[in-house]
Design a protein. Structure first.
Length: 455
């Protein structure tokens, strides 16, 4: 028997998903991801891109909370909060398609549940549905899609976010399939946007568009349900060499736990996380003038992602291996404060940057290494006295095989809140506890977290 088109399979599955269908381990993984994304979204209120988006779009009347304060329409809230979620590049990463799923999906779910009054059970089902659809599509497309220059956060994220919106809005299977088909028809976006305001802004546009597409399908607008298979459609135009049969595992294999997500320790591109960790370890206790050179040997994926050797602003600094390595060598970490103009211009940081170099290592770029350690880094530090130390970080802390503990996540959450607000600050602990209960029928913890944190 011929399988239904992929858009129909995605739509049917998303529309019917209930919290009772989701294994407890997947619910817990989703709660951790929601907690993490809410934290970085809150930090994003203190970013120029969010402020500009708020000035341009935040004035529409409506009931939905804005990360920057006040309320607006669902469309405006999804956009502004989507910008904030990705502004500091501190949000999670899935390696099925190399994408930031939560930054596009959670703002959609939050806006839709506030608009409709849907409860936490609907919010959890929608969030999980959106993630699983986006990550399954990423697996079908394979990493070749990303390497061709497509930005998977937009191409796959729009499809997943639209599926999430369809679930909150209560679309039936047929309407949800048309919503997914419309999203796949509209999907696009290239990585040339990296290092500019366009990166978080387009995440916000993606979130708003997902709401619009789901509402259009709810009203009866249709799309090409063979959009993924058509020779003029998604796979043919955007590229992808995987098997569409991967969709058959929806509801059986959950990509939120297999392979899981990277929850970041540092507010920069995921490709830099291992290099920061390894550099901080090797340079601990060293003064900057004791360092003669720092060499970072990296796989091709890391080199593709980190294109700014001399960053001029915070967006470029987040994609600059020399800059983040210099911060790690200087004080062992990269924090939100390191993305300010003062630190980016700091002569002490620039002096270390001048000693840093990167090289693509063939042994880190094999298919096997790319599968096991996609964003690894081998760091070699040579000291002035001739001593040479090196280390390989294959898997940074925060990766699925080295997950952040709940205490780590709480510390990150609190740091984001501290960064976002001048005194007095909201009760971060109460909001954290609220979010860790997401998924219970009849509750409204997601909406109340937005109210308590952002009012």
């Amino acid at each position: 028997m011929t399988a239904p088109p992929l858009a129909i399979r995605f739509g049917q599955w998303a529309a019917s998903l209930a919290v009772s269908d989701i294994p407890e381990g997947v619910v817990e993984a989703a709660r951790r991801a929601v907690l993490d994304t809410f934290a970085v979204m809150t930090a994003g209120r203190r970013h120029a891109a969010t402020e500009k988006a708020m000035a341009a779009f935040g004035g529409e009347p409506g009931p939905c909370r804005l990360v920057s304060g006040g309320t607006s329409s669902a469309a405006a809230a999804a956009l502004v909060n989507g910008v904030a979620a990705h502004a500091w590049d501190f949000d999670d990463t899935s390696y099925t398609g190399i994408l930031h799923g939560s930054a596009t999906i959670l703002p959609v779910v939050l806006a839709a549940v506030e608009e409709t009054g849907a409860d936490d059970a609907a919010a959890m089902a929608a969030y999980v549905a959106g993630c699983e659809v986006a990550y399954t599509l990423g697996e079908i497309s394979t990493h070749a899609h990303y390497f061709r220059g497509w930005w998977s956060t937009l191409t796959h994220g729009l499809v997943g976010a639209t599926a999430a919106a369809a679930r909150v809005y209560g679309l039936d299977a047929a309407a949800a399939a048309h919503a997914v088909a419309l999203a796949a028809s509209a999907a696009g976006g290239g990585k040339s946007v990296f290092g500019t305001d366009g990166k978080p802004f387009l995440v916000g546009i993606c979130a708003r568009t997902a709401l619009d597409l789901a509402k259009g399908a709810r009203a009866g607008l249709t799309g090409p349900t063979c959009v993924f298979e058509d020779d003029r459609g998604f796979m043919a135009l955007l590229g992808g060499a995987g098997a569409i049969q991967h969709a058959d595992s929806l509801g059986h294999r959950w990509r939120l736990v297999d392979p899981g997500l990277l929850l970041k320790r540092y507010p920069v591109c995921s490709a830099a996380q291992a290099a920061i960790e390894q550099t901080g370890t090797l340079c601990a206790g060293l003064d900057a003038d004791e360092i003669a050179s720092i060499e970072c040997q990296i796989p091709i994926l890391v080199d593709i992602s980190l294109g700014y050797d001399a960053p001029r602003n915070n967006q470029e600094a987040q994609f600059s291996l020399p800059y983040v390595v210099a911060c790690a060598a200087h004080h062992g970490s990269v924090d939100l404060a390191d993305l300010g103009e003062e630190t980016i211009a700091d002569p002490a940081i620039h002096a270390i940057m001048a000693k840093a170099r990167k090289n693509v290592a063939a042994d880190l770029s094999t298919d096997e290494m790319r599968t096991q350690f996609p964003e690894s880094a081998r760091v070699i530090v040579e000291r002035r006295d001739g001593v040479r130390v090196e280390g390989l970080c294959g898997v940074a802390r925060g990766m699925p095989s080295r997950p952040l503990s709940i205490d780590d996540l709480a510390a990150k959450f609190d740091a984001c809140v501290t960064f976002a607000f001048d005194a007095p600050k909201p009760d971060a602990r109460s909001v954290r506890n609220n979010l860790l209960g997401l998924g219970r029928p009849g509750g409204h913890s997601l909406a109340s977290a937005a109210r308590d944190m952002w009012s």
